[in-house]
Structure formats: structure tokens, C-alpha cells
Ligand binder design. Structure first.
Ligand SMILES: [Zn+2]
Length: 147
């Protein structure tokens, strides 16, 4: 029998519990980044800096708060690269981004994320650590060709 998306989402949340327990055992403190991402947010993330600025200008008169939020996303970004992708596993409830801390310091080196990534990938053949494609804090279960 083929696993449904809902069954895969259940399996993801069980895996996430195990990953967080493993991180705790390794004496890392963890904060949750994004888990579920609304498809509208994913579409906005897929816009370039310039496109987000255009959208912010366009809706300025309709909803100033949304314009401010869009411009905050552009804050400090250079070039014309999108922040993310539209078809993200976050929109399918199959991905999480974690921030690791040690002694109150946010860990920015890859090593500890890789350590958790190796554990994550040991949980099943479709468990994938984002460090394999340049997205270090991202842990997901593959689905429909996405990681
Ligand atoms: Zn992610």
C-alpha cells in the first residue's frame, strides 16, 4: 500500500521528536525556525528582491503592514536572488528549519547541523538533511521529487 501524504506527515513529526531528543542528548539547545509555510509565503519567498519591492509598492495603499513586512524581508539582501522556492516541502508539512545553540551562542558552523543531519538520515531512506544542498538548518522527508 502506498503511503499517503498524511501518513508521511505523521512519520515526519515522529522523526522530528526523535531528532529534538537526540539534539538534547548532544547538549544542544534548539529553537524552531519554520515548519509549516503557507503557499502564499512560499510564493513570496520565490520572488526576487526587486519583485518583492514592486509588490510592496503595489499594495502600499491597500495594506501598509504587508508592504512593511515585504520590505523587511529585503532588508540587507543584495543582488536579485530569491529567498526561497515556491514548491517547498515546508508547504507540505514535511520540513523543519532548526537553529542550534551551545551555552547561549547561536551555532553557525555546519558541523553540529551535519551531526544532527546524519542522525536524521538514519531514521529512514527518505529522510534528507538540507546541508547536502546548501540549506544547513533544513531537515525534511523527500516527497514528489522534492527535498
Ligand atoms: Zn527549510
Amino acid at each position: 500500500m502506498t503511503e499517503t501524504l498524511l501518513q508521511k506527515q505523521y512519520r515526519f513529526s515522529v522523526g522530528l521528536q526523535r531528532l529534538l531528543q537526540y539534539a538534547h542528548k548532544q547538549r544542544y539547545d534548539v529553537t524552531m525556525g519554520e515548519t509549516y509555510r503557507h503557499p502564499v509565503q512560499a510564493a513570496i519567498n520565490a520572488l526576487t528582491v526587486k519583485e518583492r519591492e514592486s509588490l510592496a509598492s503595489l499594495i502600499q495603499h491597500i495594506h501598509g503592514g504587508v508592504s512593511v513586512a515585504l520590505r523587511q524581508q529585503n532588508n540587507g539582501l543584495k543582488g536579485n536572488r530569491p529567498l526561497g522556492i515556491q514548491h517547498s516541502l515546508h508547504t507540505r508539512r514535511l520540513a523543519v528549519d532548526l537553529q542550534l545553540f551551545k551555552d547561549g551562542e547561536w551555532i553557525k558552523e555546519v558541523g553540529p547541523y551535519r551531526e544532527l543531519g546524519m542522525y536524521w538520515e538514519s531514521l529512514g531512506p527518505d529522510f534528507c538533511w538540507g546541508g547536502r544542498f546548501g540549506d544547513t538548518p533544513h531537515y525534511s522527508i523527500k516527497h514528489d521529487g522534492m527535498k
